[in-house]
Design a protein around this ligand. Sequence first.
Ligand SMILES: O=P(O)(O)O[C@H]1O[C@H](CO)[C@@H](O)[C@H]1O
Ligand SMILES: Nc1nc2[nH]cnc2c(=O)[nH]1
Length: 264
Amino acid sequence: MKSNQVSTEQIHLFLTGHGFPEKVDSAVILGSGLGDFTENLDEPESIPYSEIPGFPETSVQGHTGELFRGRLHGKEVIAFSGRFHHYEGHPFSRTVLPVHLAHVFEAEKLIISNAAGAINTRFSVGDLMVIDDIIRLFHGIAASPSEPFRYNLYPVADRVRALAAEIGLEVQRGTYIYLKGPNYESKAEIRAFRTLGADVVGMSTAPELSEASRLGIRTTAISLVTNMAAGVSAKKLDHSEVKEAAEARKEDFARLVSVLIEKL
Ligand SMILES: O=P(O)(O)O[C@H]1O[C@H](CO)[C@@H](O)[C@H]1O
Ligand SMILES: Nc1nc2[nH]cnc2c(=O)[nH]1
């Protein structure tokens, strides 16, 4: 079956026929290198994307391409270990497939995560940041022309930081600049983005946030700083840093997501 012939309702039917619950409390989209979060789920079960009708495959390193279900604090959770980026050749309508699935599973909460480069010189590799605003450059992502870009993150950012503090974690807050990629930025671009007010840069999340807001899903977005962006430090940029930084912070990332699932 071709992916565009399978509706999200049909995918939901397939998944409930394979042990997934009808409804979940939370859905989590895991960014580059952050897939190990699923090790924290109780009674986990998973299906590779390649076995789910209508699911595209992921091609980016650090995205295994597997859909998990399990429980955390007694709550039903689905977790997407691997997302679809526009630069991999997916149309925006497909990059938001996890959001549509969160919607058919009636998730009350969606937690989106990503690996990002820090533009803000006060940030460090390994910092966690709750996104409270988005800048999009060059690429519109709304479904129809002239539609305003809507998302509603402001009320949750303070609460996320307060919950993080309860478990001894410091979380930054800031603006994510979304670029289509696939290549990293030039030093001059990063300097320009700093003057625009961006704190971190990445190539995902904005389309998912926009769609989640359109569907009325309460959404939080978390960045893990995996590298200082081009020119911010003298270090040469490489995708392997993403994996290293995620590996170093995976426990704290999991603790943060876990407390958000429990209490947000
Ligand atoms: O946003 P996620 O999926 O975490 O991936 C981030 O890591 C990749 C770059 O190494 C880019 O795809 C960037 O967006
Ligand atoms: N565009 C972009 N994406 C990233 N993902 C992780 N780090 C980076 C970065 O520096 N730039």
